[in-house]
Design a protein around this ligand. Structure first.
Ligand code: AMP
Ligand code: ZN
Length: 113
C-alpha cells in the first residue's frame, strides 16, 4: 500500500493544482509555506535512487521538472522558490513514493535547515 499511489488513483482525495500524463501535483496537507505543493510522478518509484536506476526514470524526472516550472509560474513564484527531496530515513522521507516539495510564497533564507 502506498499513500501517493492511492492519491494518484483517486482512492484518497487531494487538493490538485496540476496534472498531466506523467505527474500529479497537489497541496501538502501540512503546509510550511503559502505555497507547498508536492510534485509526484504517476509511476511509483521509492526515491531518487530508485528512479535514477530505472529505464523510464528520466522521462518521469523530466515531467517533474516541467511541472515544477508550470506550478511555480501559476503560483506567482517568479521571484523564487525552493525544491526539496527527502530521501530515506535519515533524509526525513515519510512517504516512500518519490516526490518533490515545491515551497514558496515567502522569503526563504540561504540556510537549507
Ligand atoms: P516527506 O516527509 O518528504 O516524505 O513528505 C511527505 C509529505 O506528505 C509531508 O509533508 C506530509 O505533510 C504530506 N502528506 C501526507 N499525507 C498527505 C495527504 N493525504 N495529502 C497531502 N499531503 C500529504
Ligand atoms: Zn506509490
Amino acid at each position: 500500500m502506498c499513500l501517493f499511489c492511492d492519491i494518484i488513483e483517486g482512492k484518497i482525495p487531494s487538493n490538485k493544482v496540476y496534472e498531466d500524463e506523467n505527474v500529479l501535483c497537489f497541496r501538502d496537507i501540512n503546509p510550511v509555506a503559502p505555497t507547498h505543493v508536492l510534485v509526484v510522478p504517476k509511476k511509483h518509484f521509492d526515491n531518487i535512487i530508485d528512479i535514477s536506476a530505472k529505464d523510464d526514470g528520466a522521462k518521469y524526472l523530466d515531467a517533474c521538472a516541467k511541472a515544477i516550472a508550470t506550478v511555480a509560474k501559476a503560483e506567482g513564484l517568479g521571484t523564487g522558490f525552493r525544491v526539496i527531496n527527502n530521501c530515506g530515513e535519515d533524509g526525513g522521507q515519510t512517504v516512500n513514493h518519490l516526490h518533490f516539495h515545491l515551497i514558496g510564497g515567502l522569503k526563504l533564507t540561504e540556510k537549507i535547515i
